[in-house]
Ligand binder design. Structure first.
Ligand SMILES: [Zn+2]
Length: 283
């Protein structure tokens, strides 16, 4: 349980770990892990952080995604002032958070706010893969729960981007409690008639998959994203069965009914606009 990223694909370089962020868009060339071609970070960023040759979706920082997704200057951040108190005084936790802040430029594993996507007003949360792999501690849970409460009060749909290694083991049981808290907040928003769209991105795993990531009224995914609860090795060892090669990939989940559609990043704005327009409240 807890932070189970270790069971998934290991990232060798910072580009894969934290993705392309607003800070590191440079002329430096990086290699696509799929088609092995070299391209500058700037060229990749121009294609909404996908490979210009094969379409591979690189990991993307929360701020970069917000910039690529929302109408210009429409994003207003909420709940940015909540900090963890390191409840267990877990050894090395502060250092890890400092590193996460340095890599991602964010204070925590999720960014929340309100925005417009092609003129459609909504509440948005975007998880930050560069901050401790978007792991869910009490701050991440609290910010997401508050966003749903805010959206329910202001009659806004919620669009949420998940990217997480699961619950944050450094906060122990308090991390696991966030699953119930966020799920409860989603339920309250839903009871008031609010629309909730999730976009699963690589990777969405552990306690995040087991709570708000899979509670969307409409569940979209980026291509080739790893989505699962426990890791492949754990399941294979427990069941003593070999799993299919594409197990826990977005395409496999689509085939088996867990995902409604796979949408490439370059088409996301258009798809979300359509869904928000069709299902959202009338002004
Ligand atoms: Zn490529």
């Amino acid at each position: 349980m807890s932070n189970i990223m270790g069971y998934f694909r290991k990232s060798k370089n910072a580009l894969e770990k934290g993705g392309i962020t607003l800070k590191n868009i440079t002329e430096e060339k990086v290699r696509c892990p799929i088609c092995k071609s070299y391209e500058t970070r700037r060229a990749i960023a121009k294609q909404k952080v996908t490979c210009p040759h094969c379409g591979h979706h690189f990991r993307i920082g929360a701020r970069t995604r917000i910039k690529a997704l929302c109408d210009k200057d429409s994003f207003h951040e909420l709940f940015s002032n909540i900090e963890t108190i390191d409840p267990l005084e877990f050894p090395g936790y502060q250092d890890k958070m400092d590193r996460g802040r340095a890599v991602s430029g964010e204070e925590e594993g999720v960014v929340c706010g309100t925005a417009k996507i092609r003129h459609q007003r909504c509440a948005v949360f975007v998880m930050e893969p560069g901050f401790m792999m978007g792991s869910m501690g009490s701050v991440v849970g609290e910010k997401i729960a508050r966003l749903f409460e805010y959206a329910a009060e202001h009659e806004l749909p919620v669009v949420g981007f998940t990217a997480s290694g699961g619950a944050r083991m450094q906060e122990g049981i308090l991390s696991l409690m966030q699953m119930a808290k966020t799920s409860g907040a989603v339920e309250q928003h839903s009871k008031k008639g609010g629309l909730y769209i999730t976009v699963l991105t690589d990777p969405t795993t552990g306690g995040v998959t087991a709570s708000f990531a899979m509670l969307g009224d409409i569940i979209l995914s980026e291509p080739n994203a790893t989505i699962g609860f426990a890791g492949r090795r754990v399941i294979e060892q427990t069941t003593k069965k070999k799993l299919p090669e594409d197990f826990q990939k977005a395409e496999f989940l689509l085939e088996h009914g867990f995902v409604d559609a796979i949408v490439p990043r370059t088409e996301l704005r258009g798809t979300l606009e359509k869904l928000l327009r069709q299902h959202g409240r009338k002004e």
